[in-house]
Design a protein around this ligand. Structure first.
Ligand SMILES: Nc1ncnc2c1ncn2[C@@H]1O[C@H](COP(=O)(O)OP(=O)(O)OP(=O)(O)O)[C@@H](O)[C@H]1O
Ligand SMILES: [Mg+2]
Length: 220
């Protein structure tokens, strides 16, 4: 279970209140659409859920995020990653290794998953997303859509309990939106909790719960 309790946030004194005393509970298998116009705080909310705010970016934050009854502010970012993991809106911020295969192997290697299992996870997701051809490519030579697919694949090889997917379909053709959506549904069926930030119908169609951002601005 992922529980947000009384979350209130603004970046600084001069900026608007983006989230006002917001509480929400997600159960295993939930797919939650985080909707709202540009600038309403979708990315901000995902950053709070995985503790990137306040651990990396600062702001005026109150409230608590619990994962399986643990207050995640008490955990370090490396401890949080196998529980709650973020697909960033901008994939360049998330690609660190020369090749796609190295990128996909990094997180499970860090968790001491046996090499054989890592290879299997990589084979599986490259096949499912129909991107086997990218396996030995240099990450910095990929197109935006390909980078989005590779960073999505790297979250799947890490296999956290909670997926925070920021605009997972950005830059993808219909065919790849379908393959990515199918994988998201499978992950939810397997008991993962999945947040999808975006404003397109591809996102809302998949979700069984919705968070509407941008309702708090006038109250500030
Ligand atoms: N580090 C920061 N410091 C100050 N303000 C910020 C910071 N990051 C984001 N903001 C502001 O907070 C607001 C919400 O930004 P956020 O990126 O969460 O929106 P979003 O809903 O994800 O938008 P988009 O649909 O364009 O991705 C915006 O007005 C943005 O300018
Ligand atoms: Mg955003």
């Amino acid at each position: 279970m992922l529980k947000l309790e009384n979350i209130t946030f603004k970046y600084n004194e001069d900026s608007p209140l983006l989230i006002n005393n917001f509480s929400f509970t997600a159960e295993k298998g939930d797919i939650i659409a985080v909707k709202g116009d540009s600038g309403t705080g979708k990315t901000t909310l995902l950053n709070i859920i995985c503790s990137v705010i306040p651990k990396i970016f600062t702001g005026d934050l109150s409230g608590t995020v619990f994962h399986d009854d643990i207050d995640i502010s008490k955990l370090s970012l490396p401890e949080i990653a196998p529980r709650i993991s973020l697909l960033m809106q901008h994939p360049d911020n998330q690609l660190f290794f020369p090749t796609v295969e190295q990128e996909l192997a990094f997180a499970p290697e860090n968790l001491n998953i046996p090499a054989k299992n890592i290879i299997k996870r990589i084979d599986d997701i490259l096949t499912k997303l129909n991107i086997e051809n990218l396996r030995y490519q240099e990450t910095n030579s990929l197109s935006f859509g390909q980078k989005k697919l590779v960073t999505f694949a790297s979250i799947i090889t890490l296999s956290p309990k909670v997926y925070l997917l920021d605009e997972p379909f950005a830059g993808l053709s219909k065919e790849y939106i379908k393959l990515t959506s199918d994988e998201i549904k499978i992950q939810a069926k397997n008991g993962k909790i999945i947040f999808l930030a975006g404003h397109t119908s591809d996102i809302t169609q998949l979700a069984n719960k919705t968070i509407e951002m941008g309702q708090f601005n006038e109250e500030n």
